[in-house]
Design a binder for this molecule. Sequence first.
Ligand code: PGA
Length: 251
Amino acid sequence: MRKKIVAGNWKMNTTVAAGKELAKNIVAALDQVPKDVQLIIAPPFTHLATVADVIKGSVVALSAQNCADKAKGAYTGEVSAEMIAGTGCTYTILGHSERRQYYGETSETLVAKMALALENGLSPIYCVGEMLSEREAGNHFNVIKAQLEEVLFGLTAEQMAKVVIAYEPVWAIGTGVTATNEQAQEVHAFIRKTLAAKFGKKLADDVTILYGGSCKPSNAKELFACPDIDGGLIGGASLKAEDFIAIARSY
Ligand code: PGA
């Protein structure tokens, strides 16, 4: 049985103080969240240790938004998977489209990041998704297949079992435009089929696949009702505890 997950990607938002408050408000509302839903929050690096303290002992898990593609050493400004794990994180987002688009992240760097995250006991939340032009050209399945093959197909089955996938169509991120349930379900089923061909049906059936892109309390219920959608990676709506919790109640 695969996990239901609702993960909040705070991106480059909140100060440490505001992040602490947000985490506190989430923890305070946990009695409203069904027991079988895993909540994850991904604050900026600077907040991880502080937020780890706030959520200690609760069911909320901590995630980073990225990790370095090198283990350690003279890489000014980078944060390693080992450092992240040391804060109490158990997940890290990898390959978010904003990192691919604005920071030139490639499959090659993502292979290195994936390996380091896994080596340090972090479960990667690996993001895939097409740009608007790619969907309009009818090329979205090819794009997503390449993103899966290039970064995940070198993993062992044991490693792959630790990976969570997030399908985030780039045209739906932060735009208010959500993929329709049919569009999202179609891609989620395709992702599962692609993973099954490489890792076998059993493993693919157990992989949690999240939808991301303008997911909010008003549309989460319909999205989460789709057979291959196991939860959400939430950006904007995860910055309000009330909305984040409402999404987690949408199964
Ligand atoms: P959004 O972002 O919910 O603000 O669209 C989702 C994401 O990029 O993870």
